[in-house]
Design a protein. Sequence first.
Length: 515
Amino acid sequence: MAGATNGPSEDLTSRILHSLTSSDPLLSEIAAPHASFVELKAALDRLASRSMVTYETIEKDEAVLEPEGEQIAANGSHEARVFEALRQAVEGLTVHELEKAIGDKTITKVGQGKAFKEKWISKTKDGKLKAATDAIQDVTREHVLIIKEKKTHPDPKVLADLKKRKLIKIQKVFSFRVHKGPKFALELAKEETDLTAEMLASGSWKTSTFKPYNFRALGADQSSGALHPLNKVRHEIRQIFFEMGFEEMATDRFVESGFWNFDTLFVPQQHPARDLQDTFYISDPATAHKPRATSPDDKRDYEQYWENVRAVHESGKFGSIGYRYPWSPDESLRLVLRTHTTAISAAVLHRLASLQGPNGRPPPARYFSIDRVFRNESVDATHLAEFHQVEGVIADYGLTLGGLMEFMDIFFGKMGIRNLKFKPAYNPYTEPSMEIFSWHEGLNKLVEIGNSGMFRPEMLCAMGLPSDMRVYGFGLSLERPTMIKYGISNIRELLGHKVHLEFIQKNPAVRLDKE
Ligand code: PHE
């Protein structure tokens, strides 16, 4: 902004300068009624940065009355009110009558106790209350009135006592003492904010006053786009995968056939995961094509694969006795919203089976994906019907279960998660399978952080992978580490229509706690 605008801040600087001619030092109260502390300080800083004034900030404590203190200032202390009510009743009053006369139970009760202590009141023989003296001095009210007027009291003990009784509170007030500075003048010179071509051409720059740069000014907040926390954590986990030599799988297909989502993974067609309560089925179109090549370069024999999957389920193959049930092609061709990204892993491993490494066999490979999956679950604080899965697959010759555990240690270690515990588990497509747990300091218990295993030969051999190739697989949700990282306990604060935009804009860049 140019220096010579006529805004309210112009007014304020000008008022400060004019007031200084009549008194130096100047106390801030002069400008205070119309200017907030912040505006006043801004105006002073503006003048001080041009050496037109110097100033210091004075901080002092001020006592102000709480509502109860105000009441006492107006009507007298509780004990004085009790005394006054009794003084007027020559016969004395029952407690009930006294309450009625005062109109407030608490005031009556508190005031009664204090008035007894002061010996202002006493009890009659028939149990009534009466005044015990002709006149009293209401010291509390006197103190409160002094504070109301002077905002302090000469006796610190009085202040402390009234504060303890919650009749007053002490608050800080700031004021400024302002002096003329070496470049004091009554007007702020017109200040240029830009050096323009015209100023250079006319030479006016030589005599212009330039506005000093304020290097400490904070930029205005921009309402720009922001990265979602899930995106930030996803980014970090992706980096870890790349660092460990993984290749990213293309996950751009939310809709899969039952074949890829279940059958290729040796999930039997009666498995509860395939129920309507767990899986979303697509109604239009309801069925998929049979798996087939979609490009001329794809020379894989899909018919053979289809038959292998049927056989391994129905009658057994590749050394397995199978599940021994009539396998239904229709069931396999139903379209579903994918329930896990393992459907993608299956397709990628099927492609791996057709690749030839240096020795003519499929080469070792590492793949990962991080994307959305869908489950027909009832939504609550920790479950949504859709979430994100982080999934990794490692294919190599001569892999062992111990190697999978070591890999998990390294992988999660890079995310700052240590001391893993493994628990035997069951997945239709892996054997052995292990749930992965880690100790959560905050919750003080073991929490499940992932699921893993070695893919079964029923799945791998059907694809045509060599029988001595072993494949590790593991999965975890992206939401869990994100919620831990950002301290969120309800998943709906993270994902969906209830998320606060401000939360998305203001939250920090994530750093998984690495040492
Ligand atoms: N698909 C599993 C899940 O949904 C994760 C997993 C992937 C387990 C690969 C083992 C192997 O939790």
